[in-house]
Design a protein around this ligand. Structure first.
Ligand SMILES: Cc1ncc(C[n+]2csc(CCOP(=O)(O)OP(=O)(O)O)c2C)c(N)n1
Length: 533
């Protein structure tokens, strides 16, 4: 706990078991670290990971042995594929137990594929190991680590060493943190020869120190700027050169390959391959890759690469940047083309109309979280982010059950900033009980459920394969009634009901609220076809 405190940890999320968890909760209290009880372990891990993303300090999640450890796995997978530094602490069996193997399996093996390291702590070297694990979690690319700790070991005295404060978010670990390495001349050559470059910012570009260098580069080039979903806001959505998101979908490749707006160079700035959908690479233009971590494997081999502190990489190539041939009219046409592909038809309320209504009525400072599913496309396309982390979404894992726990973590990290969590009905049902966590904590959070009683993203894939509907549609759930039962104020909006009064009332309340909107999913199929082919 001393090590966590020194690294800026303010709260730990989880569900305790009866072993080391209880010692740790006591110790946390003595260090002014809050223990935040959740209803599910995976939700706790998502909260820890999002806390890490927002604060730069490591996230910490605590679970019991066996079922508690098994139940946290999807949240740790989130931290792994979304590059969030998280410490997962599980109760562990006593080494010399000699007791029945009740609730016992190899927990370190369970976490091995989704953590950067997993260690059992002992009184002899436990404090040292915690420091090493924290360093591992924070080193690029950041990710989760696992700690197994038995009650006897947790209760034994150790020599506490307090860590030096860790490097801040985005500052690379390693022997030469300030050095840009790679094909500097080739990189500059590609940029100076390019007449029609396109800059794509990815997850690593969220780190402080990159955004301003990146904007300068984009403005010098006068070229189109795109961000991945995770990097949304790194270059503001309202920046005159922002044309949309880069996800690896066919519609983007088509837009950037068409005759009138053909890109001749794609510049990745901090893009992580995990951010792209697994589709064939369709762009012919060469790629210049600038990365904070060395050697990521992209679906296309870059013509040149640099790695090192990302802002410095950008500055190194910017020396060769000159104004491109792109015109304002071409940028506008590209933006419209990408946006038009995402238009969503439907009767009554749709994901598009709900997003537009919420954006018009939301408090200006609102932060948004978005779940996985068909509803996500319209929200990501229409919500305007001004800065990184204005919109939080699971992309590397693309997990359902994200928006509500992420919203709770965001509300706790910045209580003065309201949060709107957009979710499908399927995703919300995976973490519904966390509404009671939000109510208990008084989170300034509005959950907007796009309720179509369908796992729409899977439903449309099933329809496209001309299969009969099976296993994807369910009777509608009354989320407003459920939310009230869990301690939130809630409104239900049917297909013919006006949405604005409910949204207005929900946004006006400080405590957690929920708006359950019945939406028409019939336009999703055409939208997905336009996006991904
Ligand atoms: C935890 C998890 N389970 C399954 C999936 C696969 N999956 C992706 S979207 C989706 C359906 C989402 O349904 P819903 O939340 O109702 O949103 P909608 O697609 O209807 O907008 C499923 C099952 C996933 N991404 N995450």
């Amino acid at each position: 706990m001393a090590a966590f405190e020194a690294r800026g940890v303010k709260r730990i999320f989880g569900i305790p078991g009866g072993g080391s968890s209880l010692d740790l909760i006591d110790a946390a209290g003595r260090r002014n670290i809050d223990f935040v009880l959740t209803r599910g372990e995976t939700a706790a891990a998502i909260m820890a990971a999002v806390t890490a993303e927002l604060t730069g300090a490591p996230g910490v999640v605590l679970t019991g042995i066996g079922p508690g450890a098994a139940s946290v796995v999807n949240g740790i997978a989130y931290a792994s594929l979304e590059r969030a530094p998280v410490v997962a602490i599980t109760d562990a069996r006593e080494p010399e137990a000699g007791t029945a193997p009740h609730q016992v399996f190899d927990q370190q093996a369970l976490f091995a594929p989704i953590t950067k390291a997993s260690r059992r702590l002992t009184p002899e070297d436990g404090a040292q190991i915690v420091e090493e694990l924290l360093d591992r979690a924070l080193a690029l690319p950041p990710g989760p680590v696992h700690v197994d700790l038995s009650a006897t070991d947790a209760g034994s005295p150790v020599a506490v060493t307090v860590a030096a404060p860790a490097a801040g978010r985005g500052e690379p670990a390693g022997p030469n943190p300030g050095t840009v390495e790679g094909e500097i001349e080739a990189a500059r050559g590609l940029l100076s020869e390019s007449r029609r470059p396109v800059v794509v910012a990815g997850i690593e570009a969220r780190a402080g120190g990159t955004g301003s260098a990146l904007r300068r580069l984009v403005e010098t080039l006068g070229c189109p700027a795109m961000t991945t979903y995770k990097a949304k806001g790194v270059i503001a959505d309202d920046h005159p050169q922002t044309i949309g998101h880069f996800t690896g979908a066919r519609s983007e490749a088509e837009a950037l390959a068409q005759k009138e707006s053909k890109a001749d160079l794609i510049v990745f700035v901090g893009l992580d391959p995990v951010e792209l959908i697994p589709a064939p690479w369709l762009l012919e233009a060469p790629v210049l890759a600038l990365s904070a971590q060395s050697g990521p494997t992209f679906p296309v081999a870059p013509a040149a690469r640099l790695h090192g502190p990302l802002g410095a990489c950008v500055e190194v190539v910017a020396e060769a940047a000159v104004e491109s041939d792109w015109t304002e009219a071409e940028l506008g046409a590209l933006r419209r083309r990408l946006r038009d592909r995402l238009r969503l038809e439907g009767k009554g309320h749709t994901a598009e109309s709900v997003t537009e209504a919420a954006a018009a009525l939301a408090p200006k400072s609102a932060r948004v979280t978005v779940d996985a599913g068909a509803h996500m496309f319209s929200i990501m396309a229409l919500w305007r982010a001004a800065a990184p982390y204005d919109v939080l979404k699971s992309t590397g894992l693309s997990t359902m059950g994200f928006a509500l726990p992420a919203g709770i973590a965001a509300a706790l990290a910045e209580p003065e900033r309201p949060v709107i969590a957009f979710t499908g009905d399927g995703g919300l049902l995976m973490c519904l009980a966390e509404l009671s966590t939000a109510a208990r904590l008084g989170c300034n959070l509005t959950v907007v459920v796009l309720n179509d009683a369908t796992l729409a993203l899977i439903d449309i894939k099933q329809q496209r394969q001309q299969r009969p509907p099976s296993g994807v549609r369910t009777p509608a759930v009354d989320f407003a009634a459920a939310a009230r039962g869990l301690g939130c104020q809630a409104w239900k909006v049917g297909p013919g009901d006006p949405l604005e009064p409910a949204l207005r009332a929900a946004f006006a309340q400080p405590g957690p609220t929920l708006v359950d909107v019945t939406i028409d999913p019939s336009g999703y199929g055409a939208q997905l076809a336009a996006l991904r082919g």
